[in-house]
Ligand binder design. Sequence first.
Ligand code: SAM
Length: 213
Amino acid sequence: MSDDLAQRLNQYVKDLFVREDDILRFVRHQTEAHGLPLINLQPHEGKLLQLLVMLLGAERAVEVGTLAGYSAIWIARGLPAHGQLTTIEHSSKHAALARAHIERAGLSDKVTVLQGDGRQILRKLQVDAPYDLIFIDADKVSYPHYLEWAAANLRVGGAVLAHNAFWGGGIFRPDTADGLGVVQFNQTLADHPQFASTIIEVGDGLALGVKTS
Ligand SMILES: C[S@@+](CC[C@H](N)C(=O)[O-])C[C@H]1O[C@@H](n2cnc3c(N)ncnc32)[C@H](O)[C@@H]1O
């Protein structure tokens, strides 16, 4: 398939299936207006993530890396009415904006934003394990650590998902700590005896591991 045809097909899927509502558009706009980095999921990645949440029948989800709450809204909307998402954000500025967006989306009863370092907060969340899903989208150097947390704290049949699994192509020349973190994460996931896994070739790569044991 030519690059041109691949691009047209990609656009066809986006136009037909990816509908952002006013809230999601507002969150993206506010992310920029408040000077936050524009590193949230793309809308078609958010839609896929939401469908995976639904397919999994996830009720209890964890996210590491909230930013302004864009992906959290996609995830939370895929959960059932009684579902719960705990999302972890290091920056107090990002966490405050995310809370405001989640409230505006009418999701405050479903989503809890915890401010702090992913590793430290995940340690505290262990007491309420097992979880159905963890979505990793924070500091890349910690991706391997977050994967081990997933292996220990997901239910069998639960899933780990990680954004930026292609690291913008940096996986082929991992010369930074971030790039090395992603490469190590991908390799460990591929070899992991407790996960059946792949990378979905969407956006910057969405790694997926289903816990098998
Ligand atoms: C790529 S953005 C998350 C985007 C978000 N998932 C979305 O799609 O809307 C990464 C976020 O992780 C946060 N972060 C970085 N290091 C972290 C850490 N150690 N623990 C928790 N959050 C961290 C950053 O402040 C940033 O807001």
